[in-house]
Design a protein around this ligand. Sequence first.
Ligand code: GDP
Ligand code: MG
Length: 424
Amino acid sequence: MLTSIVGINWGDEGKGRMVDLLSEDYDVVVRYQGGNNAGHTVINEKGKFVLNLMPSGILRDTVVNVMGNGMVIDLKHLSGEMEKLSAAGVRIDETNLKISDKAVICMPYNVMQDCLEENRLADKKFGSTRRGIGPIYGDKYLKKALRMGELHDFEKMKARLKDILEWKNLTIEKAYGEQPVKYEDMVAYLEEYGLKLKKYVCDTGLYLNEAAEKGKKIMFEAQLGALRDIDFGIYPFTSSSSTISAYAPIGAGIPNRKLDEAVGIMKAYSTCVGEGPFVCEYFGDKAEELRKAGGEYGAATGRPRRVGPFDVVASRYGCRMQAASQIALTKLDVLSYLDEIEVCVGYELDGKRIDEFPFPDELEDCKPIFQTVKGWHCDISDCRNPQDLPKEAYDYIRFIEKAVGCKITYVSVGASREQYLIMD
Ligand code: GDP
Ligand code: MG
């Protein structure tokens, strides 16, 4: 059984909490793309965790966790994350963590380059998390990146680093006018944070293929959502990786395998961190109320998230891009404060209604078409069955299900592991 857990929207849909919940029945959890720009929040009996690089399955004792070849890994950040988890009593060893030898290393000069470029862009900035993710994916495709497997032959790695730095410093010195990055500093960095990770590094594709062969259940954990995908998202305001489920087998190292299920994680309203067009956006008091109700401040960066009502156009597109076979609708409880709930059911472009997600450049000219449905205005966080839900909440779920055209299986009504229900 191969299942992906993927974002339908702009990210922060609650993927981490759904992976934590659903991984009970899985043997392996794989992160297949992205880096430490992810912030996956999990609240369970072990405590509250915000995971950036580590697959969310690390909190389950029986799950093997894999960091796939599609990822970009900041070594220092990973060390810190592992220390924090260990201090919280989470076991991490070679038996429950495996890092792909083909995963790319996000180096300090990539972080530096990210910051230099965002600063240069000033008011035209992209809203990068400044964690080096864009620059390192760029380096990967330019074939100028170091990979985890190189740590096994450090002398050879150092020689490649030297060549790469010579090239990278052309940009840092000559384009940005900064001091060059010193080779000795980067060697020391790799020695301090890289070499100790060597024991986790292996051919994870081979491991996963054998696991699949034996009938093990494998879950793929995505970062961000369909609308941030490098190809299909709101380019150029996307992430630099493929966030879609079709990429999961590739980014995990088993392109020879097909997914059985794709569980799309979809929020009961909309949020978007950073820049870019966001048609259904609320402003002013309406926005502040929703932001407060949902606690919408970035898990990785603390930035206030932009908010709006549920967006049918974007979400239906997200379901299609993710090939979602079922949906988990999250954070329904957040809407409990409203008497009436707005839903963005279409866009207006040049005086005409459109129902399909347009080419991203056209989004700026799109206006939202809202429809209002009845709210339930009571606490639903203790509901554990569809029958426990107030009629208006049940109707809201069905309304959205019909609008996006994909079965809603799970609904979450609170951030803790047990705060969810399964639809009939
Ligand atoms: P991810 O990046 O998709 O894993 O999502 P984040 O962790 O960045 O954002 C989701 C936020 O919503 C986290 O703070 C979660 O603890 C919280 N959360 C998840 N599910 C629910 C829910 O059903 N209700 C409420 N109120 N909060 C939730
Ligand atoms: Mg997040």
